[in-house]
Design a protein around this ligand. Structure first.
Ligand SMILES: [Zn+2]
Length: 157
């Protein structure tokens, strides 16, 4: 049978000429399809590229833990600098809490995030438990810095 589809549809028809693939909508076996439509449910079909390792969730959860803390700390530093330029520099005993600690926090967490960005193969190779510990560690580190910051703020009052 001669394919009736054109362009990308031709690739789809060629792909399906030798493979058993079921329609994502109705489950009909599309092998030997001659157009870019499912003959059973009449839905349009297209050929796509997908990730071979699509489970990004745990990796993103770990990354988000670092970025949440690092980003928040960075915003505190920038905010403190802006306020200081308008209202004058804070008392010397406030410097560590307002500038020092948030700076250390943002550098540590963002450097770790950059490292994690380059270490995706390592993360993928971890066991399920290892991934869980890594996610917990990322969020734990952010929580620890946040607690340290809040305690430091409370001591200023
Ligand atoms: Zn269908």
């Amino acid at each position: 049978m001669k394919p009736t589809a054109s362009g990308d549809g031709e690739d789809l028809v060629r792909y399906l000429s030798t493979r058993d693939v079921s329609c994502p909508a109705c489950g009909y076996n599309l092998r030997g399809l001659t157009a870019d439509k499912c003959p059973e449910c009449n839905q349009h079909l297209e050929l796509r590229v997908a990730l071979s390792e699509p489970r990004l969730g745990p990796y993103l959860a770990a990354m988000l833990g670092l970025l949440a803390g690092g980003g928040a700390a960075f915003v505190v530093v920038v905010g403190a600098v802006c306020i200081s330029m308008v209202q004058g520099w804070p008392r010397p005993d406030m410097t560590w809490t307002v500038f020092g600690l948030p700076s250390v926090m943002s550098v540590v967490l963002l450097v770790l995030a950059a490292w994690l960005l380059r270490s995706r193969p390592w993360f993928r190779g971890l066991s399920r438990a290892g991934r869980g510990w890594t996610i917990g560690g990322c969020w734990g580190l952010t929580a620890m810095f946040l607690a340290w910051f809040l305690i430091s703020v409370a001591h200023l009052a």
